[in-house]
Design a binder for this molecule. Structure first.
Ligand SMILES: [Zn+2]
Length: 122
């Protein structure tokens, strides 16, 4: 059917029926709407494939990022606990020093009182 009224496909040179909307062999659209739809579909497919390619990478990056954030948080938490522990230990040492000082003071006072009593008695 290669007569005057047949539509020759510009892509594959196949003769199609005059009222054909698309090439029967390669699917090339013959009307403007078909062209637009094709282009939109291509654009959509393009976007979709780009998106599909981007998604796993972003997910991997997100997973990686959250892992790093977790590690960072864990490290910060550890440092905070270390600092708190060190502070607590310093406080305990200080309290012990204060207690030792108080005990020493009491002993000194007792010795002084004893000496005074002994001096009065003797
Ligand atoms: Zn064709």
């Amino acid at each position: 059917m290669n007569d005057e009224s047949s539509l020759i496909c510009p892509d594959c040179s196949t003769a199609n029926a005059p009222d054909a909307k698309r090439c029967t062999v390669c699917g090339h659209p013959f009307d403007a709407l078909g062209h637009i739809l094709d282009r939109e579909q291509l654009r959509f497919v393009d976007r979709f494939s780009q998106h599909a390619q981007a998604v796993p990478e972003t997910k991997a990056q997100q997973a990686d990022g959250s892992r790093q954030r977790m590690a960072q948080l864990w490290e910060e938490d550890r440092q905070r606990r270390d600092a708190l522990y060190a502070q607590k230990r310093r406080q305990q040492q200080q309290e012990r020093r204060l207690l030792m000082g108080a005990v020493t003071a009491v002993i000194v006072v007792l010795i002084v009182v004893l000496i005074v009593l002994l001096a009065k008695g003797g």
